[in-house]
Design a protein. Structure first.
Length: 501
């Protein structure tokens, strides 16, 4: 009753003040930094203030050396939902225009966990010396941010843990920060009381309020009236489990959690609307600014290592090293260097700046394993949920094509290398003759939920499909059913790990 009286008081005050005073009336004093005004000019002032604070942070910490930021995350970190430029207004770019932002849309932590080396070294400046050895000028990162609370339960947390493990091995002195944000789609109510239909806030707004703009005065008043009338709003408890996974991984690797402020009661989310985009899902420009501020506060509190070390990629005998990988991703570019064979295979931009390789009648691609040992092959492909998926279940078969010449001519005098390469050649010959069962991919996303509703999703997933031997390997696809959309491939990943556990 006390909470309802508080919301009622806000409603009366907001109605009296009108449009100009609505935001000031609804914001808890001092709880939401930089959210007292809206519009391009106020946003620019906010970003300038935070940028100035960022400069002071690195000047204090490093006597003038700029802090090197690296960010991984979902479409939130990528910048979906921003009104401003995503190349300047995401929280990594607010912290530093030189920050490396590796956020990916429709993706969780699995792909970056498999492809860390390929992702962070993609833009490195490399030179080949006279002995044909490659030397790259790679950045050593001071602060690494991971925003995966929404997908933390992928593979029961194994993906996030593997990514953190590889990052800790490569950048042992970096400050690992786990961004824990949230969104209004986590708020839901039961229509018809207990046992009734559970409806998320966004659908309630669509079906009962004609899609009122999230940041409008009318939406605020309508929502507050629903609370006054006795509508009970709750948090989706799945997010709490994801937060527990993030907390556990952060503790395991000596990291810290950066929390976007969130009310205890779901009905009080109304005070935090400026943090979110109109889709009820992504962060707004103000939300990114708030995360950047939280990151800076933590850097000021914890500090960074002045001269950070850089660990090896190659795994050494003592187990150190982040591990090597070789990945190809065309999801955001539409360009794939892989050879393709089959009927009517097309590269399609199926959504704005989202590309997939479609296999309507099956077909094959050629992937190259550049390493001198058998490696695991993972494929990333699009999925939808709840069932049935718009994509068909698909059979995937991996077949070696060739053996690199260097494996046929091992160095003289190196008995161990000779034995290893002979074993590889024998394995390649056996693989050609074997009739091993193919992998069946089911492109159906089944999100975990503790309530009786399921939010529709269209996201990528990464799965192990087989072993690739050194050299070229053919990967064949055969759809098992006819569905609305052909099987859609978005990337390949070659790494030492079959499983991430």
């Amino acid at each position: 009753k006390m909470r309802l009286s508080k919301q009622r008081a806000k409603l009366v005050l907001a109605t009296c003040l009108g449009t100009v005073g609505i935001l000031a009336a609804l914001l808890p004093e001092g709880s939401l930094p930089y959210l007292t005004s809206r519009g391009p000019e106020s946003q620019q002032r906010k970003l300038s203030l935070i940028a100035g604070k960022a400069r002071r942070s690195w000047e204090t910490a490093n006597a003038g050396r700029e802090i090197n930021y690296l960010a991984f995350g979902t479409s939130v970190t990528w910048g979906a939902g921003l009104v401003g430029d995503r190349f300047t207004n995401t929280y990594p770019k607010i912290l530093s225009p030189n920050a490396k932002n590796l956020g990916m849309r429709a993706a969780g932590p699995c792909y970056p966990a498999m492809c860390l080396q390929s992702l962070v070294t993609a833009d490195d400046q490399c030179q080949i010396d006279e002995d044909e050895n490659e030397h790259c000028d790679e950045t050593i990162y001071d602060v690494i941010m991971l925003e995966y609370v929404r997908r933390a339960n992928d593979e029961d947390g194994a993906s996030l843990r593997k990514l953190a493990s590889r990052l800790a091995a490569r950048y042992p002195d970096a400050l690992l920060l786990f961004v824990a944000d949230w969104h209004p789609r986590l708020v839901y109510t039961s229509i018809g009381g207990p046992g009734g239909q559970n409806v998320i806030l966004k659908d309630w707004n669509r079906d009962w309020n004609q899609n009122l703009p999230l940041d409008s005065q009318e939406f605020r008043e309508t929502f507050l009236r629903s609370v006054e009338d006795g509508t009970e709003w709750n948090w989706n408890r799945v997010h709490a489990r994801n937060e527990a996974i993030v907390d556990a991984v952060a503790r395991e690797f000596g990291g810290h959690v950066v929390n976007l402020p969130r009310p205890e009661e779901a009905a009080d989310f109304i005070d935090y609307i400026p943090y979110f985009a109109e889709d009820f899902h992504h962060l707004s420009d103000d939300g990114h600014a708030a995360v950047a501020e939280k990151v800076l506060d933590l850097i000021d509190e914890v500090g960074i290592v002045p001269n950070p070390r850089l660990g090896p990629w190659t795994v050494e005998e003592d187990g150190s090293g982040a591990g090597t990988d070789s990945c190809v991703n065309w999801f955001e570019t539409g360009f794939s260097p892989l050879s393709v064979s089959g009927n009517n295979i097309t590269m399609q931009e199926f959504s704005s700046l989202k590309f997939g390789l479609n296999f309507p009648n099956g077909g094959s691609i050629v992937v190259h394993n550049p390493f001198d040992a058998p490696m695991s092959l993972h494929l990333s492909y699009m999925t939808t949920g709840p069932p049935p998926s718009i994509y068909p279940p698909t059979e995937v078969t991996v077949t070696p094509i060739s053996i690199p010449p260097e494996l046929l001519s091992p160095s003289e005098g190196n008995q161990l290398a000779q034995q290893v390469k002979e074993a590889q050649i024998e394995q390649a010959a056996t693989a050609r003759q074997s009739d091993s069962p193919p992998t069946i991919i089911d492109p159906t996303y089944r999100p975990e939920t503790s309530a009786s509703f399921v939010v529709p999703v269209h996201v990528g997933r990464t799965d192990y499909v087989g072993t690739v031997l050194p050299g070229d390997n053919a990967v064949s696809f055969r759809p098992l059913k006819t569905r609305e959309v052909p099987f859609r491939l978005i990337s390949t990943a070659i790494s030492p790990w079959r499983e991430l556990l």
